[in-house]
Ligand binder design. Structure first.
Ligand code: GDP
Length: 223
């Protein structure tokens, strides 16, 4: 059975000091508000309302943790880039998300959800520049691909791969539709593989300190 289908909500954290203790490998989901991130998480876990599909984008400023059995955790970051969010909320986002991303030893992989019709916005690029040097596995998920024709989908995928290659040599790009479920099984398999690899790398360390896990990450990326 897929680890993703066992996902259970564990915690919702609004303050970087209240993050869960380090544990199994984590895959983090980030993306602009309204890009379809909650729907993608629901589709990948096979739940209708595991991640709340927001009606007021940009308001939820929490990091949500979901346990995937022993395989790992799924971590949902608050959306970004909603034009009408006040400056104070943006500062809160920077502190909360920056605090998580910069210090999390358990973090193994990042999924950047982008609208397949408008990928690589300036804010997506800013986050990519930030994520690339962390040595994580990186997946760009081109969401709402049901809105593209077949030929547009092929073009979006190859353009996405070209654009991502400017930031990291071994990132992955996939199309996803939470509506038709195109790409869902494939993405789930890829992420489970990454989590299992990270879990094995962590087990191979006798006393896994942060430095050890960081070295493991670099080695993974040299494959
Ligand atoms: P989030 O703010 O990134 O979590 O985005 P949501 O998951 O709440 O989705 C925002 C809007 O896009 C909602 O109206 C969804 O119904 C719609 N949406 C999400 N995923 C898809 C998709 O794969 N295809 C289509 N056509 N619409 C989608």
């Amino acid at each position: 059975m897929s680890a993703f289908s066992q996902a259970t909500f564990t915690a919702s954290v609004g303050n970087p000091d209240q993050l869960l203790a380090e544990g199994p490998p984590e895959v983090v989901f980030a993306g602009r508000s309204n890009v379809g991130k909650s729907s993608a998480i629901n589709a990948l876990t096979g739940r209708r309302r595991l991640a709340f599909v927001s009606k007021t984008p940009g308001r939820t400023q929490t990091i949500n943790f979901y346990d995937l059995g022993a395989t790992g955790r799924l971590v949902d970051l608050p959306g970004y880039g909603y034009a009408r969010v006040p400056r104070a909320v943006r500062t809160q986002w920077d502190q909360l998300v920056g605090g998580y991303l910069s210090r999390r030893a358990s973090l193994a992989a990042a999924v950047l959800v982008m609208d397949a019709r408008h990928p690589f916005t300036p804010q997506d690029v800013a986050l990519l520049k930030w994520l690339a040097p962390l040595g994580l596995r990186l997946l760009v998920l081109l969401s709402k691909c049901d809105k593209l024709s077949r030929s547009q989908r092929v073009a979006a995928l190859s353009a996405g791969r070209r654009q991502l290659a400017a930031f990291t040599p071994d990132g992955e790009v996939r199309l996803l539709s939470s509506l038709t479920h195109e790409g869902v099984a494939e993405v789930r398999t890829l992420l489970e593989e990454w989590l299992r690899d990270a879990g094995r790398a962590a087990e191979n360390k006798k006393a896994p300190g942060k430095g050890d896990i960081n070295r493991g990450r670099k080695r993974l990326n040299q494959n």
